[in-house]
Design a protein around this ligand. Structure first.
Ligand code: PGA
Length: 255
């Protein structure tokens, strides 16, 4: 049984004070919901305050990125060990990182290995751009991204990570994929690739989210799909009530 996971990616929104206000507005309600893992991913500088606000809460914390190196002369970067104790998850290879900050499949793979070595669970993002979608390249692009991201990882490690399938054209556009189309890519490409690289048991164990313009009104469409194990939520995760509603709907449908 894969436990559904709804993660809020706050991106570059919320000061430390605003982040604490937001998480305090959702914590009590989220703590009442069983059967779904909820995660908030604030900006780096707010991690510590948000983690403190969530002590003794079942809500988990995630970072939005990290470097793969242990430490070093990498101005502006954050090492894996700096996140240990602050968060349990770390988003890796988000399409905005790939598009605006030159992240590559190889870098995502190095980061995944580093995160796992430090006991952090990666949420690895994959997904085709609009041009790739239009050219009918979705399957090959996603297959390649999944294969590259998981290179050198053991089956056990793969079981402990999360993959987010996020079509780039659906992110922040209000133009979500359909539940059926997202489920097809997740089942026939993401899970099938893991089955080829490892085995069917591993493919069935790994949790795979959908991301891209999810909100309280459409989350049910995704959570009704058998291969979709949750969502990576951007814009809608900045509203306490809406985010709680998304977790609640997921719990109702899946637990
Ligand atoms: P969105 O973002 O929900 O605002 O489309 C999703 C994401 O970037 O993970």
């Amino acid at each position: 049984m894969r436990k559904p996971i709804i993660a809020g990616n706050w991106k570059m929104y919320k000061t430390i004070g605003e982040a604490v206000t937001l998480v305090e507005a959702m914590r009590a309600s989220l703590d009442e919901i069983e059967g779904v893992e909820s995660v908030v991913c604030p900006p780096f500088v707010a991690l510590s305050a948000v983690a403190a606000a969530l002590q003794s809460s079942r809500v988990k914390v995630g970072a939005q990125n990290m470097h793969w190196a242990e430490q070093g002369a990498y101005t502006g970067e954050i090492a894996p060990a700096m996140l240990v104790g602050l968060c349990q998850y770390v988003i890796l290879g988000h399409s905005e990182r790939r598009a605006y900050f030159g992240e590559t499949d190889e870098g995502v793979n190095r980061k995944a290995k580093a995160a796992l070595a430090h006991g952090l669970s990666p949420i690895i993002c994959v997904g085709e751009t609009e041009a790739q979608y239009d050219a009918g390249e979705t399957d090959s692009v996603v297959r390649h991204q999944v294969t590259a991201a998981l290179g050198g990882l053991t089956a056990n490690q793969v079981c402990s990570l999360v993959i987010a399938y996020e079509p780039v054209w659906a992110i922040g556009t209000g133009k979500a994929a359909t539940g059926e189309a997202a489920n097809r890519v997740i089942r026939d490409i993401v899970r099938a690739t893991i089955a080829e690289l490892y085995d069917e048991e591993t493919a069935q164990a790994v949790r795979i989210q959908y991301g891209g313009s999810t909100n309280p009104a459409n989350i049910a469409e995704f959570m009704q799909q058998p291969d979709i194990d949750g969502a990576l939520v951007g814009g809608a995760s900045l509203q306490a009530e809406g985010f709680v509603q998304m977790v609640r709907i997921t719990a109702r449908l899946r637990s």
